[in-house]
Ligand binder design. Structure first.
Ligand SMILES: *Cc1c(COP(=O)(O)O)cnc(C)c1O
Length: 423
């Protein structure tokens, strides 16, 4: 297709977009009485208009039934989390028995590491990406210290090659080759939060397994954003949050994946709680912990129903749209964005915007290194109601997401930048 950097062309793309009506299912933040251009779905996804009804139902049942709601609510609370497993399995490419909605992301990472990071004298290292999201760095360091080890011995970070922004797959495989036999866990993001790079999860997993290490992934920026096949890729464990691409509200309930080959293994050590034990025995206050032989066996506490109601509302929208259609539109949106950025550079006969995100391995999120007037451009974007994200020294991150963003918004973004550069 021949792209054009015009509003008419953007509108034409919108008019043929099969998912365009999904935008109406979300509240769009306002700026000067108009829809803001919301490109921050990678930090906090927008609120579906249906969320309030899902929440109200649980509030009404709580008001009407009190404790009896556990069994008698329209969606009985004791089983509430079970209804999230199917939609989550479609988003993550997992079996419903391999996924569970529970806790928060970093908490889930700790719970999964409690099981999968069991260092021995011979095998004690964790291989991870350099400059991982700070919460993940803290989690890994504290896990290592919990086992009486030193992070400087046990944590092996993979860096990009000198002068590059992106960690290439061969950089990762080289480190796994070097340290694999003394490595317990290889833990990467699915998508790097800063660069927007999608890591080659199957290749990393294959390499980790070759050396007998586990492969785990933090999918905070991947769930609901890119194609995932956690089951087929043989990933051992993974976790994600629901408030970014999954639109389930600030601090919303997170998710976890444990591959079937481990989930059914009741002997795996774990940090246990009553919600992870056999449902038959749970209310008999049995002294013996008998883990559920699915990902549910990693649950600790009873489920946060209000947060799960918001999650359920958001997941229903994903099911209506379908991951496949979302991925197609996502690719088209970013392709149009890449085209517009190239066009801006060409019109200015020099590189004013440098793309950090690799064009062959990305989801919705695109990170731009602004070579000229970065701060000024970002201020102008804010003045025009574009909600994106600024990272020092000169980086703008934006995420046109397929559920509620349009091609016209992508054009608007480029047009504002161009206006500032032309001044
Ligand atoms: C967003 C994000 C977090 C946030 O952790 P919470 O436990 O949800 O507060 C952690 N890690 C990564 C990679 C993230 O992108």
């Amino acid at each position: 297709m021949d792209y054009q950097n015009t509003i008419a062309f953007a509108k034409e793309l919108d008019s043929t977009d099969k998912l365009r009506d999904f935008r109406k299912q979300f509240f769009i933040p306002q700026h000067n009485n108009k829809d803001a251009v919301y490109f921050n779905g990678n930090s906090l996804g927008l609120q579906p208009k249906s969320t309030i009804d899902y929440l109200n139902q649980e509030l009404e049942d709580w008001a009407a039934l009190g404790v009896l709601g556990h069994a008698n609510a329209r969606n009985p609370w004791v089983n509430y989390h079970e209804s999230l497993a199917e939609p989550l399995s479609r988003i993550t490419g997992a079996l419903p028995t391999e996924v569970v909605a529970m806790n928060q992301l970093t908490v889930n990472l700790h719970l999964l590491l409690a099981t999968f990071y069991r260092p021995t004298r011979e095998r004690f290292k964790i291989i991870c990406e350099a400059k991982a999201f700070p919460s993940d760095q803290y989690a890994l360091e504290s896990q290592v210290k919990l086992h009486g080890l030193s992070p400087s011995d046990a944590i092996i970070e993979v860096h990009p090659k000198e002068g590059e922004n992106i960690i290439q797959t061969d950089d990762i495989l080289k480190v796994i080759d070097e340290h694999g036999s003394s490595t317990a866990v290889v833990l990467f993001g699915g998508v790097n939060y800063y660069t927007g790079q999608v890591f080659d999860m199957p290749a990393i997993t294959y390499a980790a397994h070759k050396f007998g290490a586990y492969a785990g992934f933090d999918l905070a920026h991947a769930a609901g954003n890119i194609q995932l096949q956690l089951h087929d890729w043989q990933i051992d464990f993974a976790c994600w949050c629901s408030y970014k691409y999954l639109n389930s509200g600030p601090g919303g309930v997170a998710g976890a994946f444990v591959h079937e080959k481990h989930a059914a293994n009741k002997e795996l050590p774990r940090l246990a709680g009553w919600w992870g034990t056999s449902k038959k025995n749970r209310f008999q206050m049995h002294p013996q912990f008998d883990p559920i032989p699915t990902a549910e066996g990693w649950q600790v506490s009873n489920a946060p129903i209000l947060s799960m109601a918001a999650h359920k509302a958001a997941l229903a929208i994903f099911d209506k749209a379908g991951m496949e259609a979302l991925l197609i539109k996502s690719k088209q949106l970013t392709k149009f964005l890449f085209y517009i950025l190239r066009d801006i550079n060409e019109k200015h006969h020099r590189k004013v915007i440098q793309l950090i995100t690799p064009q062959n391995a990305h989801g919705c999120q695109v990170s731009l290194f602004m070579l000229e007037q970065g701060r000024e451009i970002f201020e102008a974007l804010i003045d025009h109601g574009v909600i994106a994200d600024w990272r020092e020294p000169n980086v703008i991150r934006l995420a046109p997401v397929p559920l509620y963003n349009s091609f016209e918004e992508v054009w608007t973004f480029g047009n504002i930048i161009q206006t500032i550069l032309n001044k």
